[in-house]
Design a protein around this ligand. Structure first.
Ligand SMILES: Cc1ncc(C[n+]2csc(CCOP(=O)(O)OP(=O)(O)O)c2C)c(N)n1
Ligand SMILES: [Mg+2]
Length: 394
């Protein structure tokens, strides 16, 4: 137990040391013109079998404002989902993303909706990034008809195919081979788009990930494996589950990059670099060093396997929204009041969406067998004796 405590403390210290290096004063404006601002990422990228991209990232005041707004909206949505869950309006599994927002917004800033994304169950904010609405999100969370999966998927199964978002998956790691399959389709069609398959540090130890990576590398598929390393798989710290927690190196023969996943601009730079690389050469791994503020899911208070100091330390030193707020203030793009006003607007948008979602009805019982089998395929359901057809599914 003593070992556990000291290793835990060591892990917490490491997270914060990285945080100290990432503290805002290290960001310096390299140059700025009316439209373009060049900002240095919090820490340099580290490459495995590849020369990393530059720390200098080009951005604009509009982009920084949109990062702030989008991340504030995501944060508010997750906090509201927490309250709705506690009020028993959301039931079943529910995994929140607050803390990790920079990964969702930075990735979107580098790609188009023709590029695809697939993720695990921590999917609400990825869905918003893909163009999903708050109403579709809250209605899905509450199992209502207006949800993005018509209220039949719930928290873990958000989808938006027209926005290139393929879910929303509950089996740890299973989305990675599916993502590589989407990349195979993209390569087959020659459409010059890529697929981002997101998975956690816990999922990084799954065998199917390595099988899919091997095949993707053999076929030079445009697959970008994004390990969102929030340092815990449920209540298990990364060092207890992984002999090598350098997830960006775990592809061995596949190149990798380690990225500060709390810095939206670093995420944007890495994703844009990875897209170009993958289209030319095949798969690449991005390890996003990030953190979740909530527990693993709503049934985990999140404070038994990590210290309060670790959580507050990261909030104070590495928070992705605070990083962008400081940039906006430092570059005189907005003042404190304007940013507070945006946060108020966002809160109202979330409240309005919840009110609308509550008015949405539950799905009709006839929906029970839809979206399971191919429509009109004549699937029949038999009794246990296999003699009598009990139902023909729609
Ligand atoms: C194959 C499989 N094994 C176990 C589980 C139970 N489980 C759900 S989430 C999880 C931890 C995954 O952690 P990580 O990949 O780090 O993702 P995070 O939740 O941190 O985003 C586990 C073990 C599961 N859903 N599927
Ligand atoms: Mg994890």
């Amino acid at each position: 137990m003593a070992l556990l405590t000291s290793r835990n403390a060591a892990a917490g210290g490491k997270l914060l040391r990285c945080a100290a290096a990432a503290a805002i004063p290290t960001i310096r404006q390299l140059s700025s013109s009316a439209s373009t601002i060049t900002v240095e990422t919090s820490v340099p990228f580290t490459g495995h079998r590849i020369d990393p991209p530059s720390r200098s990232v080009e951005t604009t005041s509009e982009e920084l404002m949109s990062f702030f707004r989008d991340m504030a909206l995501m944060r508010r949505m997750e906090i509201a989902a927490d309250s709705l869950y506690k009020a028993k309006l959301i039931r079943g599994f529910c995994h929140l993303y607050d803390g990790q927002e920079a990964v969702a917004v930075g990735m979107e800033a580098a790609i188009t909706k023709k590029d695809c994304i697939i993720t695990a169950y921590r999917d609400h904010c990825i869905f918003l990034g893909r163009g999903g609405t708050l109403l579709e999100s809250f209605a899905e969370l509450m199992g209502r008809k207006d949800g993005c999966s018509r209220g039949k998927g719930g928290s873990m199964h958000f989808y938006k195919k027209e926005g290139g978002f393929y879910g929303g998956h509950g089996i740890v790691g299973a989305q990675v081979p599916l993502g590589c399959g989407i990349a195979l389709a993209q390569k087959y069609r020659n459409d010059e788009n890529v697929t981002f398959a997101l998975y956690g540090d816990g999922a990084a130890n799954q065998g199917q990930l390595f099988e899919a990576l091997n095949m993707s590398a053999l076929m030079d598929l445009p697959a970008i494996l994004v390990c969102e390393n929030n340092h815990y798989g449920m209540g298990t710290a990364e060092w207890r589950a992984a002999k090598s927690p350098s997830y960006y190196k775990r592809g061995d023969y596949v190149p990798g990059l380690k990225v500060d996943g709390m810095d939206a601009l670093a995420v944007k730079q890495a994703c844009s670099f990875a897209k170009q690389y993958a289209l030319k050469n095949g798969p690449i791994i991005l390890e996003m060093d990030t953190y979740r503020y909530h527990g693993h899911s709503m049934s985990d208070p999140g404070s038994t396997y990590r210290t309060r100091e670790e959580i507050t330390g990261i909030r104070q030193e590495r928070d992705p929204i605070e990083r962008v707020r400081k940039l906006l203030l430092a570059h005189d793009i907005a003042n404190e009041k304007e940013l507070k006003d945006i946060e108020k607007e966002v809160r109202k948008e979330v409240d309005d969406a919840i009110a609308k979602a509550k008015e949405s009805p539950m799905p009709d019982p006839s929906e029970l067998f839809t979206n399971i089998y191919v429509k009109g395929f004549g699937s029949e359901s038999f009794g246990a004796d296999r003699k009598e057809v009990r139902a023909t599914l729609p």
